[in-house]
Ligand binder design. Structure first.
Ligand code: NAD
Length: 477
């Protein structure tokens, strides 16, 4: 078969308008943080992108006090219709600066530009539009006739969807009248800081949103601060457990969005070609750095060989490389530490007897890269079937009956998401009713909408983000 060569189609790096250094955003102003300044790097090349001022515990204190003043004096008293105008303004500004934000996100995170451009940034704007619509309708949301805000929300987010996670956190908090102190992840601060710039341009009252880059100690200082009324955390299950312990008895409200090990179930009557697209999107989207990734593929035995053969063919067409190239499907792993974790877990798959397969896929010399990988012959006891890999690695298991599929799917401490592929609506409902997962996708995967609630069972956390349900975490009623 003749091969079709793609010409390079890189998005211009200049669009990101990178500055040499960035401050922290407190009380409506950019200031120098009291923490050490650190360089954020491009994971695709390891080159430094910019110097980031980090916050200290002292900055957290200043930010929480600013957020409290803003809460007491302006934001909680403002009519919802007025708050909505600010949220609409932020949503439009994200759209206006969408290209800049997309390039920044791909540079800082390593994700392909087609994903940051078509998923992360539009969905971040959509969240602000969606929650702007709720701000003046809270009395009709089903939380009583006059639900009230909680106060100052401390929010800590991970690196896999940096701007989108900030939007998931900030938009519902502001719509409901709370003020915010948010910490982005240490490896991906750039789009959160640019969001702070947008918020300043939108003339939000000072202190309503404060953005403090920094590492775990800054996150801990936010969680422990007595002036914070509510903690919203997205990240690993280990850190989520620590947070829950440290706020126990404090009276703070908490919502936790943690890890996952989702089952993607392929029944034998599923349209195989469509299912293969869903499998690829489920685990290779965003290099598998997705809490709800379909990382455990469960295939009915009678179509197992067909599905694996079709997956091999499809994976051979995936293009790994420069995240800024518009043809790239698989970008860089976000950090050296995450790459080491993926390598270690993949090696455990080899050691425990599973069979590893990757398409021929030359990796760039610099940066952090891992090829799309499938493990077959996986047993439920293997680490790669139990632990979250958070990388482009799929573990494949088989099943014979729907009951066996459900039993295997639920055999995990997590419960964030799942997928079901079949042409029978009755089998979709039968399966979905039995899966202990916050989201069950039918004949699709990794589909997100601001109107749809998202969140976990068991060790995937509690509380819901998105939709009407997402208001509940930020309301006292
Ligand atoms: P992580 O838990 O290491 O870090 C997440 C955030 O918490 C970072 O900002 C980090 O600086 C901060 N942090 C670390 N230690 C802290 C502490 N002791 N106190 C307060 N804050 C602290 O997770 P990660 O490696 O950045 O992200 C990957 C994890 O996030 C995966 O497990 C993934 O499944 C999960 N995740 C979940 C969702 C969801 O919605 N359920 C979404 C995205 C990512």
């Amino acid at each position: 078969m003749p091969t079709f060569e793609y010409a390079p189609a890189p998005e211009s790096r200049d669009t990101a308008r990178l500055k040499p250094s960035y401050g922290i955003f407190v009380d409506g102003k950019f200031v120098d943080g009291h923490g050490a300044a650190v360089k954020t790097i491009n994971p695709a090349s390891e080159e430094p992108l910019a110097e980031i001022a980090e916050a200290s515990a002292e900055d957290v204190d200043i930010a929480v006090k600013a957020a409290r003043r803003a809460y007491d004096r302006t934001w909680s008293r403002m009519p919802g219709a007025e708050r909505a105008k600010y949220l609409f303004r932020i949503a439009r500004a994200i759209q206006e600066r969408g290209r800049e934000l997309a390039v920044l996100e791909s540079l800082d995170n390593g994700k392909p530009i087609k994903e940051s451009r078509d998923v992360d940034i539009p969905l971040a704007a959509a969240h602000f539009f969606y929650y702007a619509g709720w701000a003046d309708k809270l009395s009709y949301a089903g939380f009583g006739p006059d639900p009230q805000p909680i106060g100052v929300a401390g929010q800590v987010i991970p690196w896999n969807f940096p701007l989108l996670m900030a939007a998931w956190k900030i938009a519902p908090a502001l719509a409901t009248g709370n003020t915010v102190v948010l910490k982005p992840a240490e490896t991906t601060p750039l789009t959160a800081i640019t969001l702070a710039d947008i918020i300043a341009d939108c003339d939000l009252p000072p202190g309503v949103v404060n953005i403090l880059p920094g590492g775990p100690s800054v996150g801990q200082a936010i969680v422990d601060h007595p002036g914070v009324d509510k903690i919203a955390f997205t990240g690993s299950t280990g850190v989520g457990k620590m947070i829950q312990k440290s706020v126990a008895t404090s009276g703070k409200r908490v919502s936790l969005e943690l890890g996952g090990k989702a089952a993607n179930i392929i029944y034998d009557d599923a349209p195989i070609d469509q299912a293969v697209e869903g499998i690829v999107n489920g685990i290779f989207f965003n290099q598998g750095h997705v809490c709800c990734a379909g990382s455990r593929l469960l295939v009915q035995e009678s179509v197992y060989d067909d599905v694996i053969a079709a997956l091999h063919d499809r994976l051979a067409t995936l293009r790994l490389g420069d995240p800024l190239d518009k043809n790239t499907d698989i970008g860089a792993i976000n950090s050296a530490a995450q790459l080491a974790r993926i390598q270690e877990l993949a090696a455990s798959g080899d050691a425990e007897g599973a069979t590893r397969w990757s398409p021929e896929c030359p990796l760039p010399n610099k940066g952090f890269w891992f090829p799309p990988t499938i493990f077959t012959g996986v047993s439920q006891a293997n680490r790669i079937a139990r632990e979250e890999i958070f990388g482009p690695v799929l573990s494949v298991l088989s099943f014979r009956t729907p009951q066996e599929a459900v039993d295997k799917a639920n055999n995990t401490p997590y419960g964030l998401s799942a997928g079901v592929w079949t042409e029978k609506g009755s089998l979709i409902l039968w399966t979905a009713n039995r899966l202990r997962a916050g989201v069950v996708w039918a004949n699709t995967f990794n589909r997100f909408d601001p109107a749809s609630p998202f969140g976990g069972y068991k060790e995937s956390g509690f509380g819901r983000e998105g939709g009407r349900h997402g208001l509940e975490s930020y309301l006292a009623y």
